[in-house]
Every structure is written in structure tokens, then in C-alpha cells.
Design a protein around this ligand. Structure first.
Ligand code: UD1
Length: 363
């Protein structure tokens, strides 16, 4: 069957990494019936444009250019503009990714427009309702006609919530497709040399969750912990714009020698640095998964994770945002290699594409 019309919607940095392999897998069938919509939630080149170039996908067909705002402002702006678009184009499927505001906003609009929704990365649950992403995930899953789950625990969560089994597909983790495609194309030695680093002799850090960076006291404690770690080994911190803004706002001191703050990095550079780090410190969802896929130890600065498979099978462990907890986790991180979870095999996009193209969404 080739008579399909699929709209792929992305808005924020982690979405692009998930969209790329699915776009390529679907394009193998019938390119002209695919549309890429960018909501514009992320707009800095380092957070958006650089990903399209590097991941080998075309520029978006449509950019809704919503930009930043409060949750309500951002979500509402996406909904208004996406609804206008859906009035002009009537796809058979709207495909949304992950758990960002763009995901839930477009799912809500598609649901009311009567367009079938496919959710890539369905079923993840932190059970922490203080995270905007948890709300986004639950609402999106509730509205979706097809739910592509990355892990068995995600399927179980959906079953417990009463999602009919015929809507759920266990397909594996699509970020691993991108990782496996890109890694062999990267000159890892050059990336290390460019940053004056030696393999396994540095810590790579990403932190941007509001719970870690928007609270003065928490960010101050985290900052002290990273400075302390920097006294023993190099700590490289490519900082999200939100984090950079808070560091300035809270007047946190310019880093000492061991701790280096950089602009957000392009995907390939970050992947190369992740693959060679002694340990990665993060509060990102995707980085927890990527380190598990790479077998690189990971310390996640959060009280919980919606990706428990990275703890039980992978290389991940949780830590609190303070010096003793973080330094202890960094000290114990080595040797935690884990194993790669089921179906994180680089073929997730093919499984989704085959399913989407062959299935009729029905009423
Ligand atoms: C969003 C997602 C989060 C995801 C993260 C990945 C939601 C609720 N959150 O968080 O789940 O982990 O993306 O990066 O959707 N900004 C810029 N340039 C940009 C984008 C943002 O400067 O290109 C700054 C703005 O000050 C903006 C702030 O970052 O207000 C936050 O951006 P926003 O898109 O609201 O959320 P993120 O923190 O990026």
C-alpha cells in the first residue's frame, strides 16, 4: 500500500533526533506524501537547525515559529497555528514524538480534527506529576491511536492505564537508530582533540530541567558539586540556553579551571563526547538512553526516571543535586557497563514505518 499521507511533527531538540530515522524509513516508500512540521518551540541554530543538517533530513516543509513562552502561551500558540495547518492539509496520520509541549499541543489539535495520532515513545511514566513532561506524555498517550513503546515497562504502563492492546506496538528505542547511524560517521579523535580531552578522562554534563536549574538554591548546590568534581578531573558542560540564563541570573561564579561551560553542541559532537566520557551527568531523558546504548556510565540528577530500563539493565543511576550525592555517584560510576535493552537495535524506525504504512487508522 502506498496511498498514505503522514505528517511528522517536531518542536524541540530531542524530537529531531527521533524524527530523522522515521523520516528516512518512510521516505523509502513514497517521499512526496510526507510532510515535516516544525513548531518552532526550539529556534536557536544550536538547538534546532544544526540537527536537520547533521541528521540528513530536509528542512521542515512548515515552520510554525511559535518560539518561547510560558507553558500555556507556548502550548496555545502551537495549537492555534497547527489547527490552521490541519485545516489546509488533511493527513491520514499525525506523528508526534516524545513528551515536549509541541507533542501534546499537536496531539490535542489532531484529536479534535479527527486525524489519527501516532505517538513515538509512548508509555513512559515517571509518576511525577510535577514534571510538565509527565502531563504531556499521559495526555498524548490517551489521545493516540497508535502507541509505539520503546520498552516492555512502557507497554505495561499502558496496559495498566487501560489502553487497548491493539493500539500498542513494542518497537524499541528510535534514538538508538540515530545513534547507530551517526556514530560510525564521526571522527571521535578529532572531537576529543578539538576539546583538548583524553578518552575516559573527563565528565560530560547536561542539565536543563526546571527542577534543577530554575531554583536558585538547587542550581547553586549543583554548581558547587560540579566545581568540586572539577578539582579532580575535567568537567565539560555544554549548557542549554535556559541553564545559561539562570547561571547569569543567579550570579554564579565563572567556572574554575576544571569546569568548562560551552554553548549547546551539535548532535555529532555531543555523541562523540558521550561515547568517550568516563561518565555522563544529566537530567535529560534521551541522554539516559543514549549512555545505556553506548555502555557509558550515567548519573541522572533527578529523584526518579520515566526510563527505568536504563537503571535495571543499563548504565544509569540516580543522584541528588548536592555535593556528597553527586561525588559519590561519580566515584562509583565506573564499571557500570550494563546491557543494551531489548529491541534497542537500530531498526525501530523500520518497524514503525512498516506498521504506519500498512495500517489503516480506522475511525
Ligand atoms: C524542552 C522540553 C524538555 C526537553 C527540552 C530539550 C517542554 C515542556 N520541555 O525544555 O522536555 O527536555 O526541551 O531541550 O516542552 N530557549 C532558547 N533557545 C531555544 C529554545 C529555548 O534560548 O532555541 C530558551 C528560552 O529562554 C526558553 C527556554 O529556553 O524560554 C525554555 O525553552 P522551552 O522550549 O520552553 O523548554 P526547554 O527547557 O527547552
Amino acid at each position: 500500500m502506498t496511498d498514505f499521507d503522514i505528517m511528522l511533527v517536531a518542536g524541540a531538540r530531542p524530537n529531531f533526533v527521533k524524527l530523522a530515522p522515521l523520516y528516512k524509513a518512510l521516505a523509502a516508500w513514497e517521499k512526496e506524501l510526507l510532510t515535516i512540521v516544525h513548531t518552532g518551540q526550539h529556534y536557536d541554530h544550536s538547538m534546532s537547525g544544526s540537527f536537520f543538517n547533521e541528521l540528513g533530513i530536509p528542512e521542515p516543509d512548515v515552520n510554525l515559529e511559535v518560539g518561547s513562552g510560558s507553558h500555556a502561551e507556548q502550548t496555545a500558540a502551537i495549537m492555534v497555528r497547527f489547527e490552521r495547518l490541519l485545516r489546509q492539509q488533511a493527513p491520514r496520520w499525525v506523528v508526534v514524538f516524545g513528551d515536549v509541549n509541541s507533542t501534546v499541543a499537536c496531539a490535542l489539535v489532531a484529536a479534535k480534527a479527527g486525524v489519527a495520532i501516532a505517538h513515538v515513545e509512548a508509555g513512559l511514566r515517571s509518576r511525577d506529576w510535577s514534571m510538565p513532561e509527565e502531563i504531556n506524555r499521559i495526555v498524548t498517550d490517551r489521545l493516540s491511536h497508535r502507541l509505539y513503546a520503546p520498552s516492555r515497562d512502557a507497554c505495561e504502563n499502558l496496559a495498566q492505564e487501560g489502553v487497548p492492546a491493539e493500539r500498542v506496538r513494542f518497537v524499541g528505542n528510535i534514538m538508538v537508530d540515530t545513534l547507530r547511524t551517526q556514530l560510525p560517521t564521526i571522527d571521535q579523535n578529532k572531537i576529543l582533540a578539538d576539546h583538548h580531552l583524553e578518552a575516559r578522562r573527563y565528565v560530560l554534563v547536561t542539565l536543563h530541567r526546571p527542577s534543577n536549574v530554575d531554583d536558585r538554591e538547587t542550581l547553586t548546590r549543583l554548581w558547587a558539586a560540579l566545581q568540586a568534581a572539577g578539582r579532580y578531573e575535567t568537567v565539560l558542560f555544554p549548557a542549554h540556553p535556559r541553564t545559561q540564563a539562570r547561571l547569569v541570573e543567579f550570579g554564579l561564579p565563572v567556572p574554575t579551571k576544571g569546569l568548562r561551560v560551552l554553548e549547546p553542541l551539535p548532535y555529532n559532537s555531543f555523541l562523540g563526547l558521550m561515547a568517550n566520557a568516563r561518565v555522563v551527568v544529566t537530567d535529560s531523558g534521551g541522554v539516559q538512553e543514549e549512555t545505556t546504548a553506548l555502555g557509558v556510565p550515567c548519573v541522572t540528577v533527578r529523584p526518579n526516571t520515566e526510563r527505568p530500563v536504563t537503571l535495571t539493565e543499563g548504565t544509569n543511576r540516580l543522584a541528588r543535586p548536592e555535593i556528597p550525592s553527586l561525588l559519590e555517584a561519580l566515584g562509583e560510576a565506573d564499571g557500570r557497563r550494563g546491557r543494551v535493552p531489548e529491541l534497542w537495535d537500530g531498526h525501530t524506525a523500520e518497524r514503525i514505518a512498516k506498521d504506519l504504512v500498512q495500517e489503516d487508522p480506522g475511525p
